[in-house]
Design a protein around this ligand. Structure first.
Ligand SMILES: Cc1ncc(C[n+]2csc(CCOP(=O)(O)OP(=O)(O)O)c2C)c(N)n1
Ligand SMILES: [Mg+2]
Length: 781
């Protein structure tokens, strides 16, 4: 292990006496957390007035399942540098904890699931109480912690200030049904390849999902899978009360009965309570030595409490388990729990959406000694001196850092991006590679902060030049065996901890999660990174939910998708994207550009790196092509540069009274130019030629500003009866709306059927996007 992996000083570990001292207050807080999360949901559903017929919802049972685990975590085990992804439907527990810590307001809790209130699922962008990782789509939160940990490792190797700090643990509180999501396994595998450290997953093993009770032997699979990918596994199965009972006469038999009991039966008996437990246990094992006496020593309530005393509901057991981890090896805790623990919903298979009725809530409130009207009081009914609890809360390690939890990073200057033009035709994909290659050769601060990543398509997306100059990242040095063996290759493939490219296996979902995690490094770790991820355009669809997840958290990254569209020609229909431009327009938080020429791309990338750091900025999607195009001989003036970023500019501005315009995007520039020449003559302006560089930005501005928008101004030179032909290598709807800007009729050309193999000329003709088709459409409109 490299010395860099060791923290400067070992993290403080609570010893046994510290655990014992903390227990009474933690037990009180556990009850408070359970109460507040239950009440928050109840209040939203039964107390707050409602204006529509919609159920508000919330998950009382899912929350109760993790109240103990999260109490142990937040009030004892977490350190300020640790970061947590909380399973989505335990949002009320998270907000309740932040409320007790003074980081959340009562007003927001009263508005749980209402406009401006605490969010149904923890959200970095919509919640105000320092959510570390957004969750909501199950499986993504846990996987996110893997990539956040990789981001931390990367920063520890590249930024001395981060190396000087103690590393944080990236922790997920995981619902056991989240383990059904395939993306979880992709992330585990990728983490294993990158020697993942400092990551904890705490699995809330309540053996229930939404629809019912899950497979009996899931824990074995979980255990094997984690160990197989380099994790430690700690099983938290029994609480102290059960452990003590097992020591008594008849106890061994009881333990065996529990271990043999199917999940469904255990859940059903838990729901029914002590008397039914007694009946069943007596029938099954009551005649065996010691068991009758053991059962007789508990009253019904005591027996129910005993049988619910699984490890995930025993603070002491949990704290010991957490404290037992002394290294930075990734660790999975399988914590046995009961969904709905401590509530009348406990164990019922339909409890996922179950909500306690008002009578049950009142009874629960009374049992906690909380008076009517004091429901939100943090210290009502605690049975301890409020001052002691307050002192304890002030000293909680998690809250010990005076710095804001949401960190910030200084801006990084973005230089002009260029590359030395060769003569001849260049594709946007090639230009992208060469721009990054030249940036890699400079001493610009930006060059040191760019991290590239690709799911096994580094070379075919043209990142190779950048990688040759900046190297592949690995925590430990890996030699390039082919180079050592003197086998000729243009691609250097050695890796070390100075490298700036993260090579991923073929799992696009992982790419997006990596972009999400690295794209939040300024807020998570206080250091700016510019993640640039490349993939084939059609395979964006593989990771769509993770892409949306990244954008929803306001992660900042550049997604470079290439090749795209029919222009990929001989590769055929399986690789030719059609609908991605619509995705670029539709995805919030992502600015989509599709330039045709290298100078446009350089300007867009320069803008993009600034957009990634702007307060109101976002992420960037570049849809690039492998089709080489002869480049216009020009130097872009300031106005054209501005227009390129706004989304469109006139290549040939239409003369007053012009018949209309051809509007094109991306790789179809030459077809559009050819059609234009045929219609208006060389450079003729009886027909306009509009280059669209970003359908997305053009649309957004027009929707907000109408006639005063950039597009409104561009179109204002055309007569009302002028006509438009739009054309792009993607779905025709990408540009068809443009006619609406100023009431012009439109013939939209594009691709809305699956592609196939062919050369560019054949395909453009067959799908009606070649110069002939454009010309024909214009003449016939
Ligand atoms: C990707 C995705 N699919 C479906 C859902 C709907 N959903 C929310 S919670 C849940 C079941 C979760 O069960 P588990 O993870 O075991 O958590 P528990 O409720 O038991 O605490 C489902 C299917 C979702 N949030 N995300
Ligand atoms: Mg579950």
């Amino acid at each position: 292990m490299s010395p860099l992996d060791q923290p400067a000083a070992a993290p403080a570990r609570p010893d046994q006496s510290a655990i014992a001292d903390a227990l009474p207050i933690l037990a009180t807080l556990e009850k408070k957390v359970l109460w507040l999360s239950t009440w928050m949901i109840h209040h939203a559903n039964f107390v707050r007035p409602r204006r529509d017929g919609l159920k508000v919802g919330g998950h009382q049972a899912s929350s109760a399942s993790v109240a103990t685990l999260m109490t142990a975590l937040y009030f004892h085990a977490l350190r300020p540098q640790d970061r947590v992804a909380v399973k989505p439907h335990a949002s009320p527990v998270f907000h309740a904890i932040q409320y007790l810590l003074g980081n959340q307001t009562r007003e927001k809790l009263e508005k749980f699931r209402a406009f401006g209130g605490a969010q149904s699922y923890p959200s970095r962008t919509k919640d105000s109480d320092d959510v570390d990782f957004t969750t909501g789509s199950v499986g993504l939160g846990p996987a996110m912690t893997v990539f956040a940990s990789l981001a931390q490792d990367y920063l520890r190797r590249h930024v001395p200030a981060i190396r000087a700090e103690q590393p944080g643990r990236m922790i997920a509180v995981v619902g056991d049904a989240e383990m059904d999501e395939g993306n979880v396994y992709e992330a585990l595998l990728e983490g294993w390849k990158h020697d993942l450290r400092n990551c904890w997953w705490i699995i809330d093993y309540n053996r229930q999902s939404l629809d019912g009770v899950i497979a009996d032997r899931l824990f074995r699979w979980i255990d094997r899978t984690f160990r197989g990918t380099g994790w430690s596994v700690v099983t938290i199965k029994y609480g102290k009360k059960l452990m003590a009972a097992f020591q008594r006469p008849g106890g061994k038999r009881l333990k065996k009965w529990i271990n043999d009991c199917p999940n469904e039966l255990y859940s059903a008996l838990t729901f029914q309570g002590g008397a039914v437990w007694r009946k069943r246990l007596t029938a099954d094992i009551g005649a065996e030595p010691g068991v009758a006496e053991l059962l007789a020593s508990y009253d019904d309530a005591g027996l129910a409490e005993l049988m619910a005393n699984l490890g995930g509901h025993c603070l002491e057991t949990i704290l010991e388990a957490f404290a037992s981890v002394a290294d930075d090896k990734p660790t999975c805790f399988i914590a046995y729990t009961i969904k709905g623990y401590g509530l009348p919903l406990a164990g019922h298979k339909d409890n996922h959406a179950g909500i306690m009725n008002p009578g049950q809530v009142t009874a629960f409130r009374d049992s906690l000694g909380i008076k009517e009207g004091e429901e939100w009081q943090p210290f009502a009914g605690i049975g301890l001196a409020a001052a002691d609890v307050q002192r304890f809360l002030k000293a909680v390690p998690f809250a010990a850092d005076a710095r804001p939890r949401r960190r910030a990073a200084a801006p990084v200057e973005v230089p002009a991006l260029t590359f030395t033009a060769r003569n001849g035709a260049v594709s946007t994909q090639e230009a992208f590679g060469r721009i990054l290659f030249e940036l890699a050769g400079t001493k610009a601060a930006l060059a040191d902060r760019v991290v590239t990543a690709s799911p096994d398509v580094t070379q075919s997306t043209n990142l190779g030049g950048w990688v040759n100059r900046r190297g592949i990242f690995a925590r430990d040095t890996r030699r390039d065996t082919f180079r050592d063996q003197r086998v000729a290759s243009a691609q250097k493939w050695a890796a070390d901890d100075r490298g700036q490219h993260v090579e991923l296996g073929i799992a696009e979902n992982n790419l997006f999660l990596m972009l999400a995690a690295f794209g939040l490094s300024h807020e998570l770790f206080g250091e700016r990174l510019f993640p640039v991820g490349t993939l084939y355009d059609p395979f964006i669809a593989r990771g769509l939910d993770a892409l949306n997840y990244a954008c929803y958290q306001d992660a900042r990254f550049m997604m470079v998708a290439t090749p795209s569209g029919l222009s990929l020609a001989p590769e055929g229909g399986a690789h030719q994207s059609i609908g991605t431009p619509l995705l670029g327009i539709g995805q919030a938080g992502l600015a989509y550009f599709e330039p045709a020429f290298a100078d446009e791309l350089a300007e867009i990338m320069r803008f993009g790196f600034n957009h990634l750091q702007a307060e109101n900025g976002g992420s960037v999607y570049l849809r690039l092509s492998t089709l080489p195009l002869a480049q216009p001989k020009r130097t872009l003036d300031a106005d054209t540069r501005r227009d390129i970023l706004a989304g469109a500019y006139w290549r040939i501005r239409p003369a007053p009274g012009a018949a209309g315009a051809i509007v094109y995007c991306g790789a179809l520039a030459h077809e559009a130019e050819t059609a234009h020449r045929r219609l208006a003559g060389d450079g003729g302006d009886a027909v306009g030629l509009l280059a669209v560089t970003s359908p997305d930005r053009l649309y957004e501005d027009w929707r907000e500003n109408g006639g005063g928008s950039h597009l409104g101004r561009l179109m204002s030179g055309l007569d009302r009866d002028a006509r438009l032909v739009t054309v792009c290598d993607g779905h025709p709807m990408t540009l068809s709306w443009i006619g609406a800007a100023d009431g012009h009729s439109v013939r939209p050309l594009g691709v809305d059927r699956f592609g196939q193999c062919g050369d560019v000329a054949d395909l453009y003709r067959a799908y009606g996007i070649d110069a002939d088709a454009i010309e024909r459409a214009f003449r016939n409109t």
